[in-house]
Design a binder for this molecule. Structure first.
Ligand code: ADP
Length: 467
């Protein structure tokens, strides 16, 4: 399992991430609301428009149904009676003998000659519609309009009528019954009212485009507002965080002097052991050790506070030969490794130089190396290596120690964080070593990565741009 951090200052990086997370959550909520709103509005409008078209088709069909009996009667007259011979020319047949249905206007030509009455239903006054009248055998006899599906009527049609759609034509088919005064009914035929859904589709398409555009504009404005809102909402938190950092820096600074005085007094007392009561020697040693630990903690806190507050002062930077620095460090800690029964090895590529603050870099590698030595049981090994990776120097400090659980890897660079096994293994740690290490890496525009497996060991890799 590996974990890495990048090279922006920790607080900026964390607040930047928090701001992005807040903004993304806010935008996600708004996007969900807008999407749900547009889908619901579109579904309601589309449903309503389809219903309107269906209602229109039903109205046309039932208006046309009332004329079926007359139409059948007129058709019969036209086709059978000799006096209408001159109007018969409108009835023609296909090559296979099937009769081509005539239009209502053609059927009523014989009356139209003497009257101004328009026999075409007013509902058909606009384009993309059609009505067809069928006999009881589903044979089409008359039609009007300009839209007719090529499909035949379905075999069975419910008495209330049925809506069907073929391609871009929607039809309402209504069976017509002739009810005699005695109450008996007999099938008279069928009426089919047709309308094109192309116009409706185009209308809905325009509505959808308008909705999408509207939602996009609102979303754009909300995003801008979201930037401003998250910025504003984080300001008090940032202010509080700055005050906390200031407090830590001030408190550490104020603690430094009394601690120095305590340590100096203890040192003076220890130079005159004859003046100390034998029963108090152990207590004095414990006080000396605790005050040294506290001083170290205060120094670490001050260093972190300083690195948090000040931009890196690159005037003090110089070229540092990493191989020499690491070699010295390995030499320095070889005795300690021997006492802890660990093998401390180094594989250092020479002549790799980076720009930086030697004190801070020394501190970084010391923290990583002491951790490796502290958290590796006797018999294990620690290896410090230095390699070149393209334009970077890569320092790797690897141990065969207790390792870190994968879920704890994101935590290890947090201040005062210590894993439970580490607390048991080495009690006097403060949990600031890796926080300092990562702050130093960030100030040097580097990158720190950890790979670790519980009980098998850890490997901390640090890269810096080469000088
Ligand atoms: P400290 O070592 O004083 O506890 P650090 O900040 O240096 O604090 O380390 C934080 C924690 O990360 C340690 O307490 C330990 O749990 C874990 N850790 C760091 N280095 C190692 C390592 N080499 N092997 C195992 N655990 C480690």
């Amino acid at each position: 399992m590996a974990w890495d951090i990048d090279s922006t200052p920790i607080s900026n990086q964390k607040f930047g991430r928090l701001r992005t997370r807040l903004l993304l959550s806010y935008l996600f909520v708004i996007a969900s609301i807008l999407t749900t709103f547009s889908v619901v509005v579109y579904a309601l409008v589309a449903h309503d428009r389809h219903q309107q078209l269906n209602t229109h088709l039903r109205q046309v069909a039932s208006a046309s149904a009332s004329t079926l009996e007359i139409i059948q009667h007129e058709y019969q007259e036209l086709t059978t009676e000799g006096e209408y011979e001159e109007y018969k020319d409108s009835i023609s047949t296909e090559a296979d003998g099937t009769v081509i249905p005539i239009t209502l206007s053609q059927l009523m030509r014989k009356y139209k000659a003497d009257s101004d009455v328009d026999f075409v239903p007013s509902a058909l006054a606009f384009a993309d519609q059609g009505v067809e009248w069928f006999d009881p055998q589903q044979q089409l006899i008359v039609r009007e309009g300009d839209l007719f599906p090529v499909t035949p009527l379905p075999n069975s049609v419910s008495p209330e009528g049925v809506l069907v759609q073929h391609g871009k034509i929607r039809s309402f088919i209504l069976p017509v019954q002739l009810v005699s005064p005695s109450g008996t009914s007999q099938p008279l035929g069928y009426v089919r009212a047709n309308a094109s859904i192309t116009r409706l589709k185009a209308e809905l398409h325009r509505f959808r485009s308008g909705l999408v555009l509207g939602v996009a504009i609102v979303f754009g404005l909300v995003t801008l507002g979201g930037f401003w809102l998250t910025q504003e909402s984080l300001k008090p938190i940032l202010r509080g965080f700055e005050q906390l950092k200031q407090f830590t820096a001030d408190a550490s600074h104020e603690l430094r002097n009394p601690l120095t005085a305590i340590r100096a007094s203890i040192a003076v007392m220890q130079t005159h052991p004859e003046r100390i009561h034998p029963a108090d020697v152990d207590k004095l040693n414990a006080i000396a050790s605790a005050s040294t630990q506290m001083s170290q903690l205060v120094e670490d806190l001050l260093l972190l506070a300083r690195m948090d507050r000040q931009a890196s002062d690159q005037h003090t930077w110089r070229k540092i030969a990493l191989d020499e620095m690491l070699e010295d460090l390995v030499d320095l800690y070889s005795d300690r490794a021997e006492v802890a029964q660990l093998s401390l090895n180094s594989q250092l590529l020479p002549y790799l130089e980076v720009y930086g603050d030697s004190t801070q870099l020394h501190r970084l590698f010391t923290n990583l190396l002491t951790n490796a030595l502290q958290y590796t049981p006797p018999g294990g090994s620690v290896t410090v290596s230095l390699q070149r990776r393209e334009t970077e120097a890569l320092v790797c400090i690897k141990d065969t120690g207790i390792g870190i659980a994968p879920e704890q890897l994101p935590e290890i660079f947090n201040r005062f964080w210590r894993a439970d096994p580490a607390r048991r293994y080495h009690q006097s740690g403060s949990g600031l070593g890796l926080a300092i290490a990562s702050a130093v890496v960030q100030r040097h525009h580097g990158k720190i990565t950890v790979k670790s497996q519980l009980t098998l060991g850890s490997s901390f890799q640090v890269t810096f741009p080469l000088a």
